[in-house]
Write a protein that binds this ligand. Structure first.
Ligand code: ZN
Ligand code: ZN
Length: 312
């Protein structure tokens, strides 16, 4: 319930600073404005109380575009009040399980929740094979529901597109999507995505070290959701594991510190930086203010620390 209070408080705050409540014009804008909702803001696949793994949804003209499918993404959409039947496009940044564990589940459960429209999915190889094998694995349920509940066949609804290069991904009546290759060894390729709608530009970094390609992709964007790690928390994070030194080296060499996320945001000239994919994801010793202070060392604009179900 803390989450709901946070979200309400935040919405009230944004409405207040935008003057939305007092201006019919602004209010109309708010109704049609492209929505960004953080569904999962913690880094890493370990299930946690504090937050879910990576997922975001952008809602433009009632159509849902989901970016990354960490565990629980379908339920997080339910919590966010975004009907699963409005799902139209799914984008995977890279194939780590904190970003794709529920890729198939999201589509399958959206279908079980009433989805009848075409879905397009986008991401690195082997997305086609993963999709095909997922449907094979779950053919018993899918076929049973088609026969028993009169549902439309699921497999023909899903169109998979494998991406290997940056550049234009897709465009429809709501949004233009562009991708950039980012640096997240040893996972290749890994992508960041930019969404340009009639009234907003939103960039999702995916997992990456500080990336010039991302700086280019995010130029002038309204919102940059950037992954972030907090150096002070890493030692405590790895302290309990037998391979602590190797794990720390791995984390530090594949990701971006909050300080560097601020540098990227400043170089890209974005209007708002949102820190997400937080590592450590649930260390009470790292306060929101500590995250913000780290990013603000190099970024002069506003910084928000990502929370699950926060609408931005
Ligand atoms: Zn990750
Ligand atoms: Zn990753």
């Amino acid at each position: 319930m803390v989450i709901n209070i946070n979200r309400r408080t935040f919405l009230a705050y944004t409405a207040a600073i935008a003057g939305a409540a007092s201006s019919p014009t602004r209010s109309e804008e708010a109704n049609t404005r492209t929505r960004l909702i953080l569904l999962g803001t913690g880094g890493g696949p370990r299930p946690r109380k504090a937050n879910a793994p990576s997922a975001q949804v952008i809602v433009a003209n009632g159509a849902a575009y989901v970016i990354d499918c960490g565990n629980g993404v379908a339920r997080q959409l339910a919590f966010a009040g975004v009907p699963l039947a409005t799902l139209r496009h799914v984008f995977i940044t890279h194939h780590h399980s904190d970003h794709n564990a529920d890729y198939g589940n999201l589509i399958w459960l959206a279908w079980a929740a009433g989805l009848k429209a075409r879905i397009d999915t986008w991401g690195p190889p082997p997305l086609k094979k993963m999709t095909q094998l997922f449907f094979e694995m779950n053919a018993y349920d899918i076929n049973t529901r088609i026969a028993d509940e009169g549902r439309v066949p699921l497999v023909p609804l899903v169109h998979v597109h494998e991406l290997t290069h940056g550049g234009m991904v897709m465009q429809d009546e709501n949004v233009k999507v562009t991708a950039a290759l980012v640096n997240h060894p040893p996972v290749v390729p890994a992508f960041a995505y930019r969404f340009d709608t009639a009234n907003r530009s939103i960039v999702i970094s995916g997992d990456t070290t500080p990336s010039d390609n991302l700086v280019g992709l995010a130029q002038g964007a309204d919102v940059l959701v950037h992954e972030a790690l907090h150096v002070q928390g890493i030692d405590r994070l790895v302290a309990g594991v037998p391979n602590a030194a190797t794990l720390k080296k791995s984390i530090m060499s594949h990701h971006t510190t909050a300080e560097d996320a601020g540098r990227v945001a400043q170089r890209a000239g974005v209007k708002l930086l949102v820190l997400s994919h937080l590592v450590p994801a649930d260390d009470p010793a790292i306060s929101d203010q500590m995250w913000i202070d780290a990013a603000r060392l190099h970024f002069s604009g506003p910084v928000i620390v990502g929370k699950d179900l926060l609408e931005i």
